[in-house]
Design a protein around this ligand. Structure first.
Ligand SMILES: N[C@@H](CCC[C@H](N)C(=O)O)C(=O)O
Length: 264
């Protein structure tokens, strides 16, 4: 089969986008085919693959996400931002985009600066694991705050945590986070890529929440936290009321890279 594809990235988290509004691709894409397309030597190369599909009344499209290893996954925040850019490039023009993803409905807008601001689900459950945190921002995340990212073996330590007994079966994304003078720096080991990626949107959102919970001076109210990932700058805004975080938005660039056709 000849497949037309489009490549996008969000702060270096890169994706293959497929237009499946006619509905013929979902059954065709086996885990082996997805993994082959995402392979960096034998395929197009990407951290994940998405289908843009038709959705029920009230939504502009549905997002179906696969990790690079071919596993069907939970929400991808950077993917959500990139698929909105893809929708706009396909000619779906909206002031507010409404779409369905694995964790439910999302809204997104193009900001005046040209970034994509993606609404995220509310978060009200954060678990302490010693000095670390575990929470779900659409995908499951483990947070470890560190004094220096340079001192961390992101792949080695991330993989060890991801493969540890509590997470071996269901998996988890592991984020190392450093508080800076004006925000956060982050490095993420991603489940389903099973490697470090250059950015992870749900991880960035989790890090922003964790940073507020560990800061004794941080009170309730609106927040805006810049987060520097390896592949670019993102930010998270929202509203905190105690342990409840609402109106969450993940904001950052979503960039078209190239289009092509591949035999698979
Ligand atoms: N890169 C993504 C997260 C994608 C899903 C993740 N690999 C998982 O399986 O949990 C993001 O930007 O959020």
């Amino acid at each position: 089969m000849k497949l037309d594809f489009h490549k996008y990235h969000g702060a270096g988290n890169d994706f293959i986008l497929l237009d499946d509004r006619e509905g013929q691709l979902l059954d065709f894409l086996t885990p082996t085919i997805v993994a082959g397309l995402c392979h960096r030597h034998f395929g197009i190369g990407a951290d994940g693959l998405m289908l843009l599909r038709s959705a029920p009344e009230g939504y502009d499209f549905e997002m179906v996400y696969y990790n690079a290893d071919g596993s069907g996954s939970t929400l991808c925040g950077n993917g959500g931002r990139c698929i909105v850019r893809f929708a706009a490039d396909l000619g779906i023009e909206r002031r507010v985009y409404r779409f369905l993803a694995s964790d439910g409905p999302h809204e997104a807008v193009v900001t005046p600066a040209g970034d994509i601001a993606l609404g995220m689900q509310d978060v009200d459950q954060v678990h302490r694991v010693g000095d670390d945190y575990e929470l779900n921002t659409g995908s499951p995340h483990y947070l470890r705050f560190v004094d220096s990212l340079d001192a961390v073996d992101v792949v080695g330590q991330g993989r060890a945590l991801r493969r540890s007994a509590p997470y071996r079966e269901r998996g988890i994304n592991v984020n190392f986070v450093r508080q800076t003078a004006d925000g956060l720096e982050i490095a993420t080991y991603e489940r389903g890529v099973e490697d470090e990626t250059l950015a992870c949107g749900t991880g960035v959102t989790a890090a922003a929440i964790g940073s507020l919970l560990r800061d004794a001076q941080a009170g309730d109210g609106p927040f805006h936290i810049p987060v520097r990932a390896r592949g670019g700058a993102l930010s998270v805004t929202g509203e905190r009321r105690g342990d409840r975080f609402t109106d969450l938005q993940l904001i950052g660039p979503a960039t078209f890279v190239f289009s092509g056709t591949i035999n698979c």
